[in-house]
Design a protein around this ligand. Structure first.
Ligand SMILES: [Zn+2]
Length: 60
């Protein structure tokens, strides 16, 4: 799954980092945080890790 929305990095340190992208280590699920402190991000029963910023694969 992939959630996308307009969001600027606010440098807010909370449960979730606004503007940061989290990715599951078991699948390709990716979440772009648009609301800091929105709770735990988890997939496959484990916390999601912050993914490094990188361009989306050109699948078009
Ligand atoms: Zn997963």
């Amino acid at each position: 799954m992939l959630w996308r929305a307009d969001a600027a990095a606010g440098g807010i340190l909370m449960a979730n980092l606004l503007g940061k992208r989290y990715q599951c280590g078991e699948c390709e699920a990716t979440v772009l945080v648009t609301k800091a402190g929105d709770g735990d991000l988890a997939c496959h029963g484990q916390p999601m890790e912050i993914a490094q910023a990188k361009p989306l694969p050109s699948s078009d």
